[in-house]
Design a protein around this ligand. Structure first.
Ligand SMILES: Cc1cc2nc3c(=O)[nH]c(=O)nc-3n(C[C@H](O)[C@H](O)[C@H](O)COP(=O)(O)OP(=O)(O)OC[C@H]3O[C@@H](n4cnc5c(N)ncnc54)[C@H](O)[C@@H]3O)c2cc1C
Length: 427
C-alpha cells in the first residue's frame, strides 16, 4: 500500500522546537496523523501512558489557516466536559466556555416548538459553547507540556506503507523527509482524509447541497444562555450563546446561494438572519466576518484496518445541525485511549484491539449519524405532510419527557461510557 504524494492544507508557524524531521524509521507505538480537535485530544489522553506516541500535524494550532482551530465555536456536551475535566484541561477551557442553560427548537412558519431545560434535568448546563481557537490553545499547551510526546509540526504525511508488524509513515517538513514506524497508525486527518484513502478504506459521501455560513452576531437582547435551533425550508439555523452577549450564528443555505451570500454586506446578511430567526432576541445589531462550510455526510466504511484506526471527521463527518461531530470524535479518542491503556506494554496494533475498538464505537457512531442525518432530512423538506409531522413531532417532543431524555442520551453518548467520561484517569 502506498499513499503516493499527499498534500494537506498548508503550513504555519511551528509551536514546538522538536526536530520536525526524524531519521528514517524511528520506532513509536502510536502515530497520530492530524493534530486537530480529535487528534490533539487523543495525544493528550495518551501522553501519561507508557507509550511512545508521535503526533504529525500539517498546520500549527495558532496559524491563521488552521482548519480545525478556526473562527468557529463548538458546543461541547457534558460527556465532553467530563473527558476534558479528567484530562485536566477543563480549568483552561472553562475560562472561555459559555454554559447552555436551555435549548429552544422551533420550526419557522409553524406553531410547534420544543424546549429542553438544564435545571429540569438537574444539570448545571446542557452543554458549553467554546471558541475552537480556545480549544486549540488548551490542547496544544498540554501537548507542549508533555516532553515525552514526539511532535512534528508543521509536517505533512507523504506516504503510508504497511510492513510486517508495523506501519511506515514518511513525513516531510521544510523540504526534508524522514520516517516513523508505528505499531498503530491513527488517521485523524479530517473529512478529506488522505491517510484513510491511502489505507484503502472507502468513504461514502452524501452531499447535502447545503453550506453553513458561520459568523458572530450581537442581538439587542441578552441570549440568557439559550441555544436556538430553528428549522426553515432553506435549511436549519442555529444560534449559540457566547460571552459578552454575542452569539455564533450557523446559517444554512442552499449551496447555489452561497456565492451571492458571501457578497452580501452586513446589512443584507443581518436582514436574512432576522427574517429566518424572527425577533425573539430583538434586532441583530452587528455581525463579524462570515466563513462558509459546504456540508456533506461522509462515512468511512470501516473504522479500522490492519494496524490502523480511522477516527473523528476522518471516520464520520456530520452536518453541524445538532453539534455532535466533535463530541462523537472525542468519544472515539477516549475509547481508544482506554483500550491502549489496558494493553500498555503489549503490541498496540493487534487485531483484537482493533476489533474491540470497532465494537465499542459502532453503536454510538450509528446512533449519532442516523439521528443527525434524519434531523437534516426531515426538517429540510418543504413537503406539507412532513411539515405537519414536524409540528406534531416538535410538540410531542416538548410534551414527552422520554423524547427529550432520548435526545439528551444521544447528545451525550449512547454507548458504554469510557473511563475518561466517567472521571477516571487512565494513569
Ligand atoms: C460549521 C460547523 C460547526 C460545528 N459545530 C460543532 C459543534 O458545535 N459541536 C460538535 O461537536 N461538532 C461541531 N462541528 C464538527 C467538528 O468541527 C468536527 O467534528 C471536528 O472538527 C473534527 O475534528 P477532527 O480533528 O477529526 O478533524 P479536523 O478538524 O478536520 O482536523 C484535522 C487535522 O488534520 C490535519 N491534517 C490533514 N491532513 C494532514 C496530513 N496529511 N498530515 C498531517 N496533518 C494533516 C489538519 O491540518 C487538521 O488540523 C462543527 C462543524 C462545522 C463545519
Amino acid at each position: 500500500m502506498d499513499a503516493g504524494e499527499m498534500n494537506p492544507t498548508g503550513t504555519g508557524a511551528s509551536v514546538r522546537t522538536d526536530t520536525p524531521v526524524v531519521r528514517a524509521d524511528t520506532p513509536v507505538d502510536v502515530a497520530i496523523v492530524g493534530g486537530g480537535l480529535v487528534g490533539a485530544s487523543l495525544a493528550v489522553a495518551l501522553a501519561p501512558l507508557p507509550l511512545r506516541v508521535a503526533l504529525i500535524e500539517a498546520v500549527a494550532h495558532d496559524a491563521p489557516d488552521q482548519p480545525s482551530f478556526d473562527e468557529r465555536t463548538t458546543a461541547l456536551s457534558n460527556a465532553s466536559r467530563r473527558i476534558f475535566e479528567t484530562l485536566n484541561l477543563w480549568p483552561q477551557i472553562s475560562a472561555s466556555a459559555t454554559p447552555i442553560a436551555r435549548i429552544h427548537v422551533s420550526d419557522r412558519g409553524r406553531f410547534g416548538f420544543a424546549r429542553i431545560e438544564a435545571a429540569r434535568q438537574n444539570l448545571p448546563a446542557l452543554g458549553y459553547v467554546v471558541p475552537n481557537r480556545a480549544l486549540g490553545r488548551a490542547l496544544w499547551s498540554a501537548i507542549q507540556a508533555h516532553a515525552a510526546l514526539q511532535v512534528h509540526v508543521p509536517a505533512q504525511v507523504r506516504e503510508v506503507r504497511r510492513a510486517d508488524d508495523r506501519v511506515r509513515i514518511e513525513i516531510e517538513s521544510g523540504g526534508a523527509r524522514g520516517g516513523l514506524s508505528a505499531r498503530l497508525l491513527v488517521a485523524a486527518d479530517g473529512a478529506a482524509s488522505r491517510v484513510r484513502e491511502a489505507l484503502g478504506v472507502e468513504a461514502r459521501v452524501r452531499d447535502y447541497h447545503q453550506t453553513a455560513l458561520i459568523t458572530t452576531v450581537l442581538p439587542q437582547q441578552f441570549h440568557a444562555h439559550t441555544a436556538y435551533e430553528r428549522f426553515t425550508t432553506q435549511g436549519p439555523l442555529a444560534l449559540l450563546p457566547m460571552s459578552d452577549g454575542r452569539c455564533t450564528a450557523v446559517l444554512t443555505l442552499a449551496a447555489e446561494r452561497v456565492a451571492e451570500a458571501m457578497r452580501w454586506d452586513d446589512g443584507a446578511y443581518l436582514a436574512e438572519l432576522q427574517s429566518r430567526f424572527g425577533f425573539r432576541l430583538g434586532r441583530f445589531l452587528k455581525c463579524g466576518p462570515r466563513v462558509a462550510y459546504p456540508l456533506a455526510l461522509t462515512q468511512a466504511q470501516a473504522t479500522s484496518t490492519d494496524r490502523c484506526i480511522v477516527m473523528g471527521n476522518a471516520a464520520q463527518t456530520l452536518h453541524p445541525v445538532a453539534g455532535m461531530g466533535f463530541n462523537l470524535g472525542l468519544r472515539d479518542a477516549a475509547c481508544l485511549a482506554e483500550l491502549l491503556a489496558q494493553r500498555a506494554g503489549g503490541d498496540c496494533g493487534e487485531a483484537d484491539l482493533l476489533r474491540a475498538y470497532d465494537d465499542w464505537r459502532a453503536r454510538d457512531r450509528r446512533g449519532v449519524i442516523g439521528f443527525t442525518d434524519s434531523l437534516v432530512r426531515t426538517f429540510s423538506s418543504p413537503l406539507a405532510p412532513l411539515g405537519l409531522l414536524r409540528n406534531a413531532g416538535l410538540l410531542a417532543f416538548d410534551l414527552l419527557p422520554p423524547a427529550k431524555a432520548a435526545l439528551s442520551r444521544i447528545a451525550s453518548g449512547t454507548a458504554r461510557a469510557s473511563r475518561l467520561a466517567r472521571g477516571v484517569p487512565l494513569a
